[in-house]
Design a protein around this ligand. Sequence first.
Ligand SMILES: C[S@@+](CC[C@H](N)C(=O)[O-])C[C@H]1O[C@@H](n2cnc3c(N)ncnc32)[C@H](O)[C@@H]1O
Length: 259
Amino acid sequence: MDVGAGGETAAERWAGRQEGRGIPPEILARAPASPWLHDPSYFVAPEVPLDTPSRSVALDLLDAGGTVLDVGAGGGAASLALAGAVTHLTAVDQQVDMLEVLAAGAAARGIPVRTVRGRWPDAAADAGRADVVLSHHVLHNVVDLPPFLRALTAAAGRGVVVEMLAEHPMAWLDPLWVRFHDLHRPPPATTDDAVAVLRELGVDPRVLRWERASPPKQDPAWVTARLCLPAGREPEVVDALAALPHRRPRLAATLVWRP
Ligand SMILES: C[S@@+](CC[C@H](N)C(=O)[O-])C[C@H]1O[C@@H](n2cnc3c(N)ncnc32)[C@H](O)[C@@H]1O
């Protein structure tokens, strides 16, 4: 196990950075709606799949065809992009409304599907194994990364494909947390931090770094809710967004490994 200069393992460093993304209880208590829930309408899989490195490596692993397990599947953007090569899909997500969107997308594409509502890795036994395991844009939701990653590896017959943004997808909003709540956050977890945790587990992933064609959708109403602010403050959020120096996140990475 690699231990950093401060005596901290990579897994501890990841957990510390993720905990630093938390929302203090006094701010959360005033939030008009949960800032955590993902809106399924943002995650509907596009009819024409995006041609990404993650899709290419997954298609290579599936080769003539195979089963897929999609962890934190959302609306199925990762797995439904493999239609034609997937003989059976198992989709795991903690949100039932996401799984409903995914099931409709799978039916429209003629992909046999089983949905499992639950949290990974607790849901791993119920989900079972598959040739290829996908988990796209979920790592940045996880604090305790080793059990999550180990369960992905254990579930895969041929390979695991993880996609993530280069740093925590909400990090670009850090200046707005300062402005609206005087909340100063520590640096966010990055792809390199996740790779370091994998190496600590004895896994040396292939890492492909690339740029998304468009940043994740992040309109002012959504940002207002994420900041735990009432809808009436949306005009102030519009002004604050306009003043942000940084572009919204586009840099992504695909991590691939064999079990
Ligand atoms: C940002 S969305 C990504 C959805 C999809 N993979 C995509 O790339 O469009 C993250 C999804 O992971 C789910 N999720 C987060 N942590 C999870 C966990 N530990 N177990 C199961 N689902 C989880 C959320 O409910 C959400 O649907």
